[in-house]
Design a binder for this molecule. Structure first.
Ligand code: NAG
Ligand code: NAG
Ligand code: NAG
Ligand code: NAG
Ligand code: CA
Length: 204
């Protein structure tokens, strides 16, 4: 009687081959999963970074743009100088940069501007033209309900028009004074060299 079943050796080979195939497919599967997982992680990272960028933009600008080195706040751009100049040079330098010495119109603007300074800075306020009449660089007088002159308990408050070092007195305003706190306005000699804060409209 002829043998119809395949020989035993062939059977064994087939089984071994099948087992190998299963292992090979499994390996491929794992490689594929690892590969896609890596791709997925890269994509997920990119997505996360993009979201962060968007959120930063959202937060920092509310669709307003400031030039490089200028900081956005409340629809305006602010520039904190690293160089020191006297008041008139500071005023002119802000104009050269496309802005003006900072004009402080609210408590929140005062808080923002002072939050970024750690030493005395010029602001856009002086009484050069009329003694005792403080005007901003846009010729607007100081609003008496929005002023942040330094107050002293039992002594004269700012502006005190100190004449100790110069007989003309003090005609320009800055945040604080050299070596002192910077949260309030003080008058100072216009020829003093200080850092300064410029302000400009934000591009929308
Ligand atoms: C950006 O702001 C808009 C409106 O306030 C908000 O709907 C959106 O979710 C914000 N996007 C991000 C990425 O924070
Ligand atoms: C500041 O001091 C100068 C020099 O003494 C004086 O001419 C000027 O009137 C003073 N200004 C004020 C507002 O007191
Ligand atoms: C001064 O500031 C107050 C408070 O912000 C405001 O109500 C008032 O209109 C301002 N006055 C002038 C003349 O701008
Ligand atoms: C500021 O410095 C410039 C250049 O040195 C000078 O011409 C100007 O008179 C100075 N201004 C004051 C107020 O000292
Ligand atoms: Ca003073």
């Amino acid at each position: 009687i002829p043998e119809v079943c395949p020989p035993k050796r062939t059977k064994v080979l087939l089984i071994v081959f099948a087992v190998c195939l299963v292992f090979a497919l499994g390996g491929l599967c794992i490689l594929g999963i690892l590969y896609y997982k890596e791709e997925f992680d890269v994509l997920r990272n990119q997505h996360k970074k993009t979201l962060e960028k968007l959120s930063r933009l959202n937060h920092s600008t509310g669709c307003a743009l400031c030039a490089v080195h200028w900081i956005h706040s409340g629809g305006k751009c602010y520039y904190y100088s690293t160089v020191k100049m006297n008041w008139t040079q500071s005023r002119d330098h802000c104009v050269t940069l496309g802005g003006h010495l900072v004009i402080i119109n609210s408590k929140s603007e005062q808080d923002f501007v002072t939050s970024n300074v750690e030493e005395t800075h010029w602001i856009g306020l002086n009484d050069v033209d009329t003694e005792g009449h403080w005007v901003w660089v846009n010729n607007q007088p100081v609003n008496n309900s929005v002023e942040f002159w330094m107050k002293r308990e039992n002594e004269i408050s700012e502006p005190d028009n100190w004449t100790k070092f110069h007989p003309d007195g003090e005609d320009c305003a800055g945040l604080g004074h050299p070596g002192g706190e910077t949260d309030f306005w003080m008058d100072a000699y216009s020829f003093e060299e200080k850092r300064f804060v410029c302000e400009a409209a934000a591009a929308v």
